[in-house]
Design a binder for this molecule. Structure first.
Ligand code: BTN
Length: 521
């Protein structure tokens, strides 16, 4: 089964961007637009507007969960919701429709009427909701924090931070869903901004979002901050609630969210685009790493990206050249200014590898994996390479340039011969060509996200855990050609906290940490 994001938002996945869920309230008492869209005609007109404004899907709800709300019974929800759902389905057949309900009965009826996704703010607390989702193989969004919200309880207690509280709660939801038979590809998690959290705690949760995303990786995160009470405090300079929502969404996407649920998509789409400034596009250059490093030394900000159609002196690790024919592949470099101790720089390569492999998986559906230190493989063949170069003495503070080459289109036989390892292209592995710009944006977002993870407290562990699930060589017999010219044979035993490959050479002996080398299998 495809992952949730690709399955529910194929266009956003193919375009390498976050997805937008437009809110359609079929409720007379919703806090922001109560009553406006209760009739099927008004609802269809509004759904069309949401899509024109950039929504990838429409989220229809019939029960307001504003503070102090009164629960709405299943019959009344169905009475409000089903006519609207039918009308939207009939008028906009291609629309992806999700239904926002905590009631298993309403969810079952909505799926029967053709809803695509169930958005359960109750966090899959009811066994009947889990059973409905499993029986229909329906994609589900499960939100954290509803119980605390509805009972007016304080969320995180004692020393627990909002991020830790939410990460723990979401992991519990994911575990419960999995043990009831919900496939990982059917689940998306919502941290529940504003639910059980007071004003500033929401800002703390936003800061912790990279850690929350890493804790539940690879499940995608959906955030729903739209027009909520804590936004003016977080973004006091913004003109109105939709502008503040847009700023929040752009920040949340940069920090790890994949889907945003909002009332007004237009400003959100614009702000999210601005979160990723366009890359500098070059026709031919020597090496994009050189261009990016030059820009960085001139003060270019974090996230600056240089992409070239071809390189005349592209380079790889250990002095290898990286042949860069035009028209088929991607050659780009990203300026990173992470707040890291110098001894964490090796981990930047690991985090970039996790990011690139994840982005390739997301945009192509291929099982991309990592071969230490800097190769991305599909089916054991190399489809991408990374070269991270650092200037720790740069005037504006340490800078890393992450250079990434991806064999996207064309056939494996068209690739220049690289003796070290068999190579492939994403197109030959998938049997179809890909849009290079989509893969580029997806990689840029993922690199930004994983760099933020690395900076956060506990971030190293989160990166290493993700690497472990993508590691192509762990547990396999390897031979490492060391820079000294010697070779080390053994079994790859993982990566240590400094980013070194551990090689077990003899039973019972400590594994040997390797700082640099070329691995063959
Ligand atoms: C390797 O596999 O050894 C790393 C290859 C890295 C190639 C990319 S292409 C863009 C950037 N510019 C370069 O000169 N190298 C990197």
């Amino acid at each position: 089964m495809k992952p949730f994001f690709e399955r529910c938002f194929p266009r956003a996945a193919a375009e390498g961007r976050a997805a937008v869920l437009g809110i359609l309230n079929a409720t007379p008492d919703s806090f922001s637009d109560g009553g406006a869209f209760c009739s099927p005609e008004n609802a269809v007109a509004h759904a069309r507007q949401l899509i024109r404004d950039g929504a990838d899907a429409i989220d229809i709800g019939a029960e307001s969960t504003r503070p102090g709300f009164s629960p709405v019974g299943a019959d009344e929800q169905k009475r409000r919701l089903l006519p609207v759902l039918r009308a939207v389905r009939a008028a906009i057949p291609g629309a992806v429709v999700s239904v926002d309900t905590r009631s298993p009965e309403v969810a079952a009826a909505a799926l029967e009427e053709g809803a695509d996704i169930i958005n359960d703010q109750g966090g899959l607390a009811l066994d009947a909701m889990l059973a409905t989702a499993v029986a229909r193989r329906a994609p589900v969004v499960a939100m954290h924090g509803f119980e605390a919200h509805s009972r007016g309880l304080a969320g995180p207690q004692g020393v627990e931070t909002p991020g830790a509280w939410v990460a723990r709660g979401l992991a519990e939801i994911a575990h419960r869903a999995e043990s009831h038979g919900i496939a990982a590809g059917s689940l998306c998690l919502d941290p529940g901004f504003g639910f059980g959290l007071k004003g500033a705690q929401n800002a703390a949760l936003l800061d912790a979002l990279p850690m929350v995303a890493a804790a539940v990786s690879p499940l995608p995160l959906l955030v729903g901050p739209s027009r909520k009470h804590f936004l003016p405090g977080m973004y006091p300079g913004e003109a109105g609630p939709d502008d503040a929502t847009a700023r929040f969404c752009a920040d949340a996407v940069r920090l790890g969210a994949r889907i945003v649920r909002v009332h007004a998509p237009k400003p959100v789409v614009a702000a999210m685009r601005g979160a990723l400034p366009p890359p500098a596009r070059l026709g031919s250059t020597t090496s994009t790493n050189d261009d990016a490093m030059r820009l960085a030394r001139e003060g270019a900000p974090d996230g600056t990206c240089v992409v070239a159609e071809t390189q005349t002196a592209g380079r790889g690790r250990a002095g290898h050249s990286w042949a860069s024919p035009p028209g088929v592949s991607l050659y780009f470099s990203i300026v990173l200014r992470p707040a890291l101790e110098p001894d964490s720089l090796a981990l930047a390569t690991i985090a970039t590898g996790v990011a690139v492999a994840s982005a390739i998986r997301e945009t192509t559906g291929l099982d991309a994996r990592i071969k230490w230190p800097n190769d991305v493989l599909v089916s054991g063949r190399k489809c991408a390479g990374l070269l991270c170069e650092a200037d720790v003495a740069a005037a504006d503070g340490p800078v890393i340039v992450a250079g990434i080459g991806i064999n996207v289109n064309g056939t494996a036989s068209s690739l220049p011969h690289r003796p070290i390892f068999p190579a492939t292209t994403l197109a030959s592995e998938a049997g179809r060509p890909f849009d290079r710009d989509c893969i580029l944006s997806s990689c840029r977002l993922a690199v930004a996200r994983w760099t933020r993870v690395l900076e956060a407290p506990g971030g190293r562990d989160a990166v290493l855990r993700s690497l472990e699930s993508l590691d192509d060589i762990r547990g396999r017999a390897v031979c490492v050609a060391l820079p000294s010219g010697q070779a080390l044979s053994g079994v790859a035993a993982g990566i240590d906290e400094g980013g070194r490959l551990l090689v077990s050479t003899a039973a019972g002996a400590d594994p040997v940490p390797v700082v640099a080398g070329s691995v063959s299998l």
